[in-house]
Design a protein around this ligand. Structure first.
Ligand code: SAH
Length: 234
């Protein structure tokens, strides 16, 4: 059974977009995941297929109508998948949530546009609100692509080396250690000597210390989580 992604959007042509290329594209072609887009406009009202209206209480912009979105969502078989609304007010997306989602049956993603979505739809459908960062995009589609990309690469059979997902950034609340490849000396800069020592244990210890130090400097918030999780500061 493939991991099922359903997207509700006013711009279905944005999908699969970049997810049709590289790892995600190959995985889509081989059926590891499947993609279905639903054009919200198709459920719009009247001759103009209206999907939005002006906000009660006044203010700038338009709001996506609850009734229209509800019919659009109702056209999709949930199959045990969570409904996720992409919104800047949502819980910040984490690698932990991405991993959970990749281990489930798939996702249904609702992409907002204009000023956003009528609150009653989010309540009535108990949508999980997720944000991809503290900045405002013009629509939920790019956020949906980011979330999908992060989840798809964790599906079994998508990434070549399974180990690379275990060591990378955020997996243990740490940012990743620095990488180096050939040439060993480039523009007068050598790679750290320990990496050419062949001592795997020492290399692992060095990488761990680098990861901890980069995290402590760049992301004190993550570092605090790492220490709180019972890890010893190297
Ligand atoms: N008025 C809203 C912003 C609307 S942006 C506010 O101030 O919060 C239009 C749509 O883009 C949103 O409905 C949402 O679906 C999407 N969007 C914008 N920024 C996002 C972010 N950081 N994460 C996830 N979705 C985002």
């Amino acid at each position: 059974m493939s991991w099922q992604a359903d997207i509700l959007t006013l711009y279905p042509a944005m999908f699969p977009g970049p997810l049709g290329e590289s790892l995600a594209g190959k995985a889509l072609a081989s059926g590891i995941w499947s993609l279905n887009t639903t054009d919200i406009r198709q459920f719009g009202l009247g001759a103009h297929r209206a999907v939005d209206d002006t906000p009660f209480g006044g203010g700038a912009g338009m709001v996506l109508r609850a009734d229209v979105l509800d019919t659009a969502i109702g056209s999709i078989q949930p199959n045990g998948r969570p409904l996720i609304a992409l919104t800047p007010r949502g819980a910040p997306l984490t690698q932990k949530r991405v991993r959970q989602l990749s281990q489930g049956p798939g996702i249904i993603l609702l992409c907002g546009r204009f000023e956003g979505i009528d609150e009653r739809l989010i309540e009535a459908r108990q949508a999980e609100e997720i944000s991809i960062g503290d900045y405002v995009l013009s629509g939920g589609e790019i956020a949906a692509l980011a979330l999908l990309d992060a989840a798809i690469r964790l599906l079994p059979g998508v990434m070549g080396a399974a180990a690379s997902a275990e060591e990378e950034s955020f997996t243990a609340s740490l940012l990743e250690y620095p990488h180096y490849t050939r040439p060993a000396v480039w523009a007068g800069r050598s790679v750290p000597e320990i990496l050419t020592s062949g001592n795997h244990q020492a290399i692992a210890a060095w990488r761990h210390a680098e990861a901890a130090s980069i995290t402590r400097i760049r992301r004190p918030d993550l570092y605090a989580q790492y220490i709180a999780s019972g890890a010893n500061a190297p």
